[in-house]
Design a protein around this ligand. Structure first.
Ligand code: PHE
Length: 490
């Protein structure tokens, strides 16, 4: 690095404290994946059996990839692309795939964030006496999808909120926001969990989650199904495989204990996912809404729950969507940061002072434009102002089969590229590079032993990097590709 670049290093920014870093990293991890994906996948995959497999995977894959990413980031002081480049120019593409994954993920995450805001405001107006939202019942979801003005308005609003936070920088933007928002999210969720616990019929939901029942895992294919669903959910929920934690790790002070942080973040993320399950599943049980209602859970099912709840339904509904909104923003800013950091690092490496404001606006603007079809195709329900991918290419589903997920709507299209392919591939590439090419001893150990910290987990982490993570990530990659590309029966 030449002198000029060195002089510019502080332009990247850094976390003000370890607590601030943790709030930002947990904020990235805790997102729609926890509050939406976790309960619905648990609902569809047999409750308790899913939970147990999930917990094991968090330990043997989640914490390991987390540590690997944080170590790569902090060691090199660079985001996704720059970090791999410091090891070898030949590996730069792994980082690039991460930036592309972040870009595609954010293209649809922004739209979902906007929809969550729409529900949040809907219940808010209901609370302050402007009626009409709850009364529309679950039909509202279908209405919203074709209400292009509404979809666009909230999409724009969500993107602007993201820009304002990320423009503020690492410490005064992301860290400041997360340090207030994450504790708030925790207490609101706690309130909702306790409130739901007092509703008649909630107990059935807890039994579903916690009563030992392994029937979903009967037979090898049953086991494989639980394993792949839990593994896919786990690494998405922990924001792994696309350089997000590399980026956040690159802003962390050398004196902080990396191993401890790599355990705390997954632990908090898992706690919030279980709490979300304890809010959503018992609520469904109490108000006669089926658990396994799939992706519609966050919008239609939960709205039904709050409508059936009666007197306090609108207020609890508002709180619920408010906390989902917080979860979505703290995740989307981490995605935007991955893309921005790539440009910021590049400027610094060229000896040019980076303009964070400008970079943030351009990146967010581009992602917004790419996300427009997601907001305008009515999730592929047909007859929308913007055609879904399968409509554009004129794909005809075979008799009795659905259109493959990869092309059934733009949301699933971008999800296929990011969550389906690039993220599991990124986690696989990272663990192979650390375990076999850079070597855990060189790439991770020195970082974990900074400032006299003890790296007591070396043996465990090393075996996981070399064998366990690659094996599980190959399984996830194959399973996701099949899930997204192979047409399913109707
Ligand atoms: N972890 C986030 C969630 O659970 C999603 C995410 C993935 C965010 C990758 C950043 C990076 O919703």
């Amino acid at each position: 690095m030449d002198q000029k670049s060195q002089h510019l290093e502080h332009e990247r920014g850094s976390w003000g404290s370890n607590f601030g870093f943790l709030m930002a990293a947990v904020g990235s991890a805790v997102g729609l994946g926890n509050i939406w994906g976790f309960p619905y996948k648990m609902g569809m995959t047999g409750g308790f059996a899913f939970l147990i497999v999930y917990l094991i995977l968090v330990v043997v894959v989640g914490c390991v990839v987390m540590l690997g990413e944080l170590a790569l980031g902090r060691k090199t002081g660079r985001g996704a692309v720059g970090a791999y480049m410091q090891f070898s120019k030949k590996h730069k593409w792994v980082g690039f795939l991460g930036v592309i994954a972040g870009f595609c993920l954010l293209a649809f995450y922004n739209v979902l964030g906007g929809m969550v805001m729409r529900y949040m405001f809907g219940f808010f107006f209901e609370v302050v006496g402007i009626d009409g939202f709850a009364g529309q019942g679950t039909g509202f979801f279908g209405f919203l999808l074709y209400d292009y003005g509404g979809m666009l308005f909230f999409h724009v609003l969500f993107v602007i909120i993201n820009i304002l936070i990320v423009m503020g920088g690492v410490e005064s933007g992301i860290e400041k926001f997360s340090s207030v928002a994450m504790p708030a999210l925790f207490f609101i969720l706690l309130f909702v969990v306790v409130y739901i616990a007092f509703q008649d019929g909630a107990a059935e939901g807890y039994a579903f989650m916690f009563k030992p029942d392994f029937s979903a895992m009967s037979g090898f294919s049953g086991f494989l199904n639980v394993l792949k669903t839990a593994a896919g959910q786990m690494f998405f929920s922990l924001s792994l495989g696309m350089g997000c934690m590399i980026t956040y790790g690159s802003y962390l002070d050398k004196k902080e204990d990396l191993q401890k942080n790599a355990i705390i973040i997954p632990a908090c993320d898992t706690l919030i996912a279980i709490m979300a399950g304890m809010a959503v599943l018992p609520a469904c049980a109490a108000y006669d809404v089926p658990y396994a209602s799939g992706p519609g859970l966050l919008f239609t099912s939960m709205q039904q729950v709050f409508t059936n709840m009666g007197e306090f339904g609108a207020f609890v509904g508002f709180l619920f969507y408010f906390l989902v909104f917080i979860a979505a923003v703290t995740s989307s800013i981490s995605l935007l940061e991955v893309v921005c950091t790539y440009r910021i690092d590049r400027a610094i490496d060229k000896g040019v002072k980076p303009n964070r404001q400008k970079i943030t606006c351009i990146a967010a603007g581009l992602i917004f434009v790419v996300g427009l079809p997601v907001a305008l195709d009515a999730l592929g329900s047909g007859g929308a102002i913007f055609p879904a991918p399968f409509e554009i290419i004129g794909y005809q589903a075979a008799e009795g089969y659905k259109v493959p997920m990869a092309i059934d709507c733009w949301l699933d299209f971008f999800d296929t590229i990011s969550e389906g392919v690039l993220m599991p591939f990124g986690a696989l590439a990272m663990s192979v590079l650390i375990g076999w090419v850079y070597k855990t001893k060189k790439a991770v150990v020195p970082e974990c032993e900074q400032a006299g910290h003890k790296f007591w987990g070396y043996g465990f982490f090393n075996v996981c990097f070399k064998f366990i993570v690659p094996a599980i990530m190959i399984l996830v990659l194959v399973a996701q590709v099949i899930d997204f590309f192979v047409p399913k029966p109707l």
